[in-house]
Design a protein around this ligand. Structure first.
Ligand code: IMP
Length: 183
């Protein structure tokens, strides 16, 4: 897509949550996560690339000792078997005995997070929790993670971009959660 077409995608998109609403949602998530994890020395894993912005904003609101690392994985096309992840990067920090918090951009079918959680458990994590900026309640597929522990915004089952979420690898930097026109 050329620059003009990409500009048009943003101009025509419907803003589902503006910057103030997204930041308020991240504030609220941060409060609850701090209450739950403050004493657990958690290992926070950012699921790249979509969670980069939500994780950065959320982590700066967590004022207690924690460690961070990242995972980069996607599902093999169409496969629904939980463990079939294509790994682009695994965390370097050992997970054994750790309380893990996975941060992702969105809970859609839930299949990717379900597979990453299974992998964390295989590595011996003491517990695994999930935080997502957005949740599409009507999009879950069998075998997918049913619910995240911490949810910022509940949104309709539409294709969205902004705050880390991409439209054709663009507009992860859009300053809100936008639904693509017609999708
Ligand atoms: P899953 O379908 O829950 O396994 O989601 C896997 C990944 O697909 C998410 O982490 C997102 O990166 C991406 N994804 C799902 N829905 C959307 C969307 O509406 N916009 C952009 N990316 C999405």
């Amino acid at each position: 897509m050329n620059r003009e077409a990409l500009e048009r995608v943003l101009a025509e998109a419907e803003c589902l949550a503006d910057e103030a609403r997204v930041l308020a949602a991240i504030d609220a998530m941060g409060h609850v996560i701090a209450q739950d994890l403050r004493e657990l020395n958690p290992l926070v894993l950012t699921v790249m690339t979509g969670a980069l912005i939500p994780a950065g904003l959320l982590l700066a609101r967590l004022h207690f000792p924690l460690q961070m690392d990242y995972v980069h994985a996607s599902r093999y096309g169409g496969a629904t078997i939980g463990s079939e992840l294509r790994w682009l990067a695994k965390p370097r920090t050992p997970l054994a005995g750790r309380h893990v918090l996975l941060i992702d951009d969105i809970l859609d079918t839930g299949l990717t997070l379900a597979a990453i959680i299974a992998w964390c458990r295989e590595q011996g994590a003491a517990s695994v929790r999930t935080a997502v900026l957005c949740e599409k309640p009507d999009a879950r597929q069998p075998g997918g993670l049913a619910k995240a522990d911490y949810v910022g915004l509940t949104i309709p089952n539409r294709y969205v971009f902004g705050y880390g979420l991409d439209y054709q690898e663009y507009w992860r930097n859009a300053p809100g959660i936008y639904a693509v026109k017609g999708l």
